[in-house]
Design a protein around this ligand. Structure first.
Ligand code: FES
Ligand code: FES
Length: 172
């Protein structure tokens, strides 16, 4: 009779995070959000609900916005992950971050990284107009702003004469 398989508790993963290769041994049950925050120190990714509702934990994986509270770190093995820390060089802001600041699109700021990463994954050309922008942002919850200023910021950053709009995806 074959011996019972021992459960695997840790696994080695290698991925790219914000353009840098990362190799790490992680518990197989570690969430991607916890891996980013606790193992890599990238605390810009926030945890609100921890069950896929609020969007605060949104990161971009292989070009798509994903909830990092619903993904295991081992599932990111071999992938490319972007977090809010990777949007702009240290000490500067991206076009969209600048627009959030200029339009007062945040108060406490807890939700903001999730909004930015959701927007970063998208092609502005496909989300023109207030209704479409509100539809895009419907998966991210903000308790402070009432959304109007966030929509204003997105419209400003994605306006046709903005470098963000002409640079293809995101502009975040
Ligand atoms: S913490 Fe992941 S969606 Fe809320
Ligand atoms: S700015 Fe406070 S929750 Fe969005």
């Amino acid at each position: 009779m074959p011996a019972a398989l021992e459960p695997v508790e840790q696994e080695d993963i290698a991925l790219e995070v914000n353009g840098e290769r990362v190799e790490h041994r992680v518990p197989v049950r570690r969430l991607l959000a916890d891996f980013l925050r606790d193992d890599l120190g990238l605390t810009g990714t926030h945890l609100g609900c921890e069950h896929g509702v609020c969007g605060a934990c949104t990161v971009v994986m292989d070009g798509a916005a994903v909830r990092s509270c619903l993904i295991l770190a081992v599932q990111a093995d071999g992938r490319h992950v972007s977090t809010v820390e990777g949007l702009a060089p240290a000490g500067s802001l991206s076009d969209l971050q600048e627009a959030f600041r200029a339009c007062h699109a945040l108060q406490c700021g807890f939700c903001t990284p999730g909004f930015l990463m959701t927007l970063h994954a998208e092609d502005p050309a496909e989300w023109q107009g207030e209704d479409r922008i509100r539809e895009l942002l419907s998966g991210n919850l903000c308790r402070c702003t009432g959304y109007s200023t966030i929509v204003d910021a997105v419209k400003a950053a994605w306006a046709s004469d903005s470098p963000a709009a002409s640079s293809g995806k995101g502009g975040a």
